[in-house]
Design a protein around this ligand. Structure first.
Ligand code: NAD
Length: 329
């Protein structure tokens, strides 16, 4: 492909990805499957690598999430809420592992934490002296929507922690599969539009101005990161997750510490098969460098940390359909 052809295609991809991004992040109503969006995004990344002059700060490859909806107050994130770089196959993961290890002295051991990639909406929760005071969406990574009233209706979010600590924690709000199918069944009976998937149902429920709607939607949460915090020093991400547990916050127990990339591959293979048995949707596996000092050394790009990667599973529409039949809803 020559430069002119690439420029034309890049322009088309910007238009497509911006439209799909708006439908997904702002309207919570995607018109194409995630796998299709991911394919166009990968094509754009490859073109920008081949023709660096075509990479602009306005490119969809440089942006996180969507805009803040009218009607919500804005919350500024003191530490940006970033996205994750994606891996689609074993080669991508081995490249990631090589890049990580090459950043350190030779023979350094890198331990990874593998976690299920919950398909929901990223949120930040702020606690002051142990009390839940504010909750927000990721938004564009720097500014999110204040959805405190809606998050207070999520029963697994404690309003009071077990310690009187001031801390910001981050996690994923999601809708369990069973609640999603029941909700869509009810909407069908009422002649209302159906949600495309549990992720969009969860996002649509949290971004309602009336908290009574969110309260009826059976939302749940898994916390997976610590943001700003006052006075607690921890060495590793796995200790961080255990600490969240000790505060009474809900974390996902399927996480595993993996010594090296081969153990990561085993974890992925296991969950790729077991995925349909889970009561909630996952769209992949998140792999994170465990030691915080190593994370700091690796740093981040404008969009995502260099110490983590999201392995994306292939599309799952068929399995979801089967589950729907099985649940008889
Ligand atoms: P992402 O989905 O690739 O990954 C980042 C997100 O993963 C985090 O913000 C967090 O919300 C989530 N996450 C879940 N479990 C986690 C865990 N254990 N640890 C850390 N993070 C965890 O990035 P994104 O920017 O949120 O969204 C991009 C994706 O959204 C695309 O890859 C695409 O699949 C989908 N999308 C689809 C459309 C569409 O039209 N269908 C449009 C835009 C985006």
């Amino acid at each position: 492909m020559n430069f002119d052809e690439a420029e034309k295609r890049v322009k088309e991809l910007h238009e497509l990805l911006n439209r799909y991004g708006y439908e997904y992040y702002v309207l919570d109503q995607p018109s194409v499957p995630d796998s299709e969006y991911d394919r166009f995004m990968q094509e754009l990344i490859s073109l920008e690598e081949a023709f660096p002059e075509l990479k602009t700060p306005y490119s969809p490859t440089q942006r996180i999430g969507g805009e803040v909806l009218e009607g919500f107050s804005k919350v500024e994130h003191s530490i940006p809420m970033q996205s994750l770089a994606n891996a689609f196959n074993e080669g991508d993961l081995r490249d990631f592992d090589r890049r990580v290890r090459q950043s350190f002295e030779e023979n350094v051991d890198v331990t990874y934490v593998c976690e299920l990639k919950i398909d929901g909406l990223a949120v930040s929760l702020k606690y002051e002296k142990g009390k839940f005071v504010q909750g927000s969406t990721r938004g564009d990574g720097f500014i999110g929507e204040d959805i405190t009233a809606n998050l207070r209706t999520v029963k697994s979010i404690p309003l009071q922690l077990k310690e009187d600590i001031t801390i910001e924690v981050r996690g994923e709000v999601f809708m369990p599969k069973k609640s999603f199918f029941a909700l869509n069944k009810q909407r069908e009976e009422m002649g209302e539009d159906l949600f495309a998937n549990p992720r969009n149902a969860a996002a649509g429920s949290l971004r309602q101005l009336d908290p009574k709607i969110a309260a009826k939607r059976n939302l749940d949460i898994y916390l997976y990161a610590i943001g700003e915090n006052e006075g607690k020093t921890l060495q590793t991400h796995s200790d961080g997750l255990d600490y969240l547990d000790s505060l009474g916050l809900k974390t996902n127990k399927e996480r595993r510490l993996c010594k090296g990339i081969d153990e990561v591959m085993d974890y992925i293979a296991y969950w790729q098969e077991k995925r349909p048995d889970l009561p909630y949707e996952i769209d992949g596996i998140v792999i994170k460098v465990n030691r915080y000092d190593q994370q700091t050394r690796l740093g981040a790009t404008a969009k995502s940390p260099r110490w983590a990667i999201a392995y994306k599973f292939p599309a799952e529409e068929v399995v979801t359909k089967l589950l729907e039949i099985e649940l008889n809803v």
